[in-house]
Design a protein around this ligand. Structure first.
Ligand code: NAI
Ligand code: OAA
Length: 321
């Protein structure tokens, strides 16, 4: 673990978002309007981050905040960021898997990490680009930064989807539901009903197995369902909300327990892989990986998911020049 400890900031903190597309620009709005940090929004397309930044600056009076955002095509402008979020890269089209993006997005992530870490070597990096777990591993290898500072966002989103579907099925507010999804951000993710509750009651006591299985299946296909509806690109409102939760946990040093794609070094009997697991997330990034007791079939499912991620990692690593 790195010795670096974030100062108690928030007032002066800076978040860089690389990729001013749907996810990146929506996240920029969330970060500013929730008064979490000032934002540097970077993209390769000239004018796009600058235009979005100006638009968001002009909204400040109406929104009642004094946060600033700068749009840029230059990594020098990202210097000394507390958090860098990587949302650059292609989204999938209907019929594609996330792994189909590996070649093109892998090259983008390599280039971004080589540049960004020169200017923000002490930042926490949150990778969002798909295929998520392999891209996060790639970011770790390219940057050489400590693993607690390089993490992926997927579990908060997948769990939020499971939470939503449970709440919709039972007709309760989502705030009454706590749901947990582990594993890779793909078809083999592992929703955990026994760790998902409604008003403190395990969801297994409230929903029949067949209904629960339908909700689990919908959660696994949550990203694809939206890709299919939108026709061009994927989800971005819920992903931006999920990244916002992680940013807040780090900047406010909340030590929250959240599902995060983290580097495993023996935890869950898995080695040298990124996978969604419950983590304590605070000012030092991933401060602890929480080892949950899992049923045999769930541990098997987690290992199956990890095996699929490892195959993607091998292809991703081959892209490093
Ligand atoms: N981990 C997760 O749960 C989620 C992951 N995603 C992934 O996030 C990524 C972005 O999705 P969207 O915002 O919908 O895509 P988008 O197409 O709207 O935006 C991507 C942006 O990246 C920029 N870009 C491309 N190469 C770049 C580079 N080298 N440097 C800087 N910027 C660059 C593009 O110009 C574009 O503005 C996709 O890979 C998508 O699959 C999306 C939602 C959830
Ligand atoms: O499905 C996609 O391609 C985008 C994504 O990862 C998600 O929404 O879960």
């Amino acid at each position: 673990m790195a010795a670096f400890v974030h100062p108690p900031f928030c007032q002066l903190s800076q978040v860089t978002i690389i990729g001013a597309g749907n996810v990146g620009s929506t996240l920029a709005q969330r970060v500013l309007e929730r008064n979490l940090a000032d934002v540097i929004l970077l993209d390769i397309v000239e004018g796009r981050p600058q235009g979005i930044a100006l638009d968001l600056m002009e909204a400040r009076g109406a929104e009642g905040h004094n946060r600033t955002i700068v749009g840029s095509n230059c990594y020098e402008d990202t210097a000394q960021s507390d958090i860098v979020v990587v949302t650059a890269g292609l989204p999938r089209k209907p019929g594609m898997s996330r792994d189909d993006l590996l070649q093109v997005n892998g090259k983008i992530v390599i280039d971004i990490m080589q540049q960004a870490m020169k200017y923000s070597p002490y930042a926490c990096y949150i990778i969002v680009t798909n295929p998520l777990d392999a891209m996060t591993y790639l970011a770790l290898k390219v940057s050489g930064l400590p693993a607690n500072h390089i993490m992926g966002m997927a579990g908060v989103l997948d769990s939020a989807r499971f939470q939503t579907f449970i709440a919709m099925e039972l007709g309760v507010p989502p705030s009454d539901v706590s749901a947990l999804v582990l594993g890779g951000h793909g078809d083999l993710m592992v929703p955990l009903p026994q760790y998902s509750t409604v008003g403190g009651i395990p969801v297994t006591e409230l929903l029949e197995a067949a209904i629960l299985n339908r909700l689990i299946e919908r959660t696994r296909n949550g990203g694809a369902e939206i890709v299919q509806l939108l026709k061009r690109g994927g989800a971005y409102y819920a992903p931006a909300s999920a990244i916002g939760v992680m940013i807040e946990a780090i900047l406010y040093n909340q030590s929250r327990i959240l599902p995060v794609a983290a580097y495993l070094d023996g935890e869950y009997q898995l080695q040298d892989v990124y996978l969604g697991v419950p983590c304590r997330l605070g000012g030092q990034g991933v401060e602890e990986i929480v080892s949950l007791p899992l049923r045999d079939e769930q541990l098997t499912a987690l290992h199956r998911s990890a095996a699929a991620v490892k195959q993607s990692i091998e292809k991703a690593i081959a892209l490093i020049p």
